[in-house]
Design a protein around this ligand. Sequence first.
Ligand SMILES: [Zn+2]
Length: 182
Amino acid sequence: MAESSQQEIIKKKTNQQDLSNSTTPIESIVKGVPLANTYYYSFAEGTPNSVKQVFSLAIATYNNTGIVKLVPGTGEAGQNTVVFSTYYTTEDDPDVQQSTEELGKGGPEIFKSSISSYNHGRALINLQYPDEAISQAVATHELGHALGLGHSKDPQSVMYPMDKGMTALTQNDINTLHAIYD
Ligand SMILES: [Zn+2]
């Protein structure tokens, strides 16, 4: 059985109310799911070096917490994986609102069997807006989704749904990683 979810990061052209110091939620499909803390990561074929670089910075940020361990490779059956890739949207897409620019997307996919559960996460950068989307902040946000973090209301959090250029995890982000992986 598999369940997947995907969240977006956007650059909004209008202002929204900010709520500082909010906890970073766990993506709902990850709640209560026991997951190993090791992930095998790989890049989809054709991923530009510039995108690999920003995802590599994001990988280092999460590895530096000591909570999760992302190592290069494709993993074996039943292991956690993350695949990094790119995509394009256009302003003409019916599901793209005129007031937003979607810079990336990502999320977990949870597999459950009688003996274990594991996550095949994905993190993607939108090459439609390369100047804004190929950034450490967007990569850190989307990898956060892949690892099970949801959207925070705190504009200081890398998991705030609008790009504020944040690249360092807040204590609330770290606390939520502990809640998922400890
Ligand atoms: Zn998001």
